[in-house]
Structures are given as C-alpha cells and as structure tokens.
Design a protein around this ligand. Structure first.
Ligand code: ZN
Length: 173
C-alpha cells in the first residue's frame, strides 16, 4: 500500500468531473490497489472520507468513513459510482473540513438523511440509508466527483475559519 499525494484547493484536478467506472474494471488489480491506497491515505491523514479526484484519479470512487463510537475503529466503505438522493427536503447546517482544504472548517447545509447507491469493491450493488454525520460525509465526497468543494455549498463564507480560530471562537465546550 502507498500513501498518495492529496491535491489541495487550487489544483485543477479538484474541479473536473470524474468518469464512471465500468463494473468489469472493479476487480482489476490496479483498481483494487487504488482502493487500498486511498484507505491507507485517508488513515494517514486522519480523514473521514476521501474521493478519488483528491488523489489525482478521475474515477467515480469514494471512501466514506462512519464513526461508530469513540474507541471503535472507523468503519470505512468504498463506493464505486455512488449516487446520493436526499430523503425529504430539509437541510441542516454543520461543520465540514476537507483534506484538500487543510486546516480549515466551514458550515455547510446538507440533507440530514440520504439514500446512497452504488457498487461495493466486489462490484456488487450497494444501497445504504444514512443519517446525520455519515450522510454529510457521503454528500461531501460525492460532490468531489463533480468538481464541487464544500466552500461552494456554504450559504455564507462568514463561518469559514482556520482551525486555531475554530477552537477559539466556534467550538462549543
Ligand atoms: Zn473533501
């Protein structure tokens, strides 16, 4: 496994649309390697999600991390050709960060409940209902496949903040 280089905001690769993956390519060694490398990269940089364009691969592949408790290991789900559909029309604003926009946070409106469809790393159909933070991570990662960054989704840039100021002025408790 290799740790991959993460593109930072400003790199044009983050603004391009990624291509769909042919289901027959999923089991190829190179694609499985990409999944493993993305998992290792996300772990190395303590991310909770990662999309292939962030590691300069223009394919529709995301890794979604689900926190299942303080001392539980992060559950990670690779999804190929993911599609998100909101369940209901409401949105909730909450904090997001991004490995491609290091050291910053901002408040982003997202659907609190979604259905996520795609293929798993074996090429089998996958359908998940997600709520709250995992639903937010899924929407954030799938946006990367269309060249969209969380800052594009912010209603106002007033909450865009560096981590140090986040700790000082925004974090509760
Ligand atoms: Zn991101």
């Amino acid at each position: 496994m290799s740790i991959l280089k993460i593109a930072r905001m400003g790199h044009p690769v983050l603004r391009k649309r990624a291509r769909r993956v042919d289901a027959t390519d999923i089991k190829a060694g190179s694609f499985q390697q990409l999944i493993d490398d993305m998992l290792a990269t996300m772990d190395e940089y303590h991310g909770i999600g990662l999309a292939a364009p962030q590691v300069h691969e223009m394919v529709r592949l995301v890794i979604i991390g689900i926190e299942e408790g303080e001392d539980q290991p992060l559950r990670v789900i690779p999804v190929v050709n993911p599609e998100v559909s909101p369940v209901g029309a409401s949105t909730v604003e909450d904090w997001e960060g991004c490995l491609s926009i290091p050291d910053m946070r901002g408040r982003v409106p997202r659907a609190p409940r979604i259905r996520l469809r795609g293929l798993d790393r074996e090429g089998a159909k996958l359908e998940l209902e997600m709520r709250d933070f995992p639903a937010r991570v899924a929407q954030h990662e799938v946006d990367h496949l269309d060249g969209v960054l969380y800052v594009d989704r912010m209603k106002s840039l007033d909450s865009l903040t560096f981590m140090e100021e986040f700790g000082k002025f925004w974090q509760k408790g």
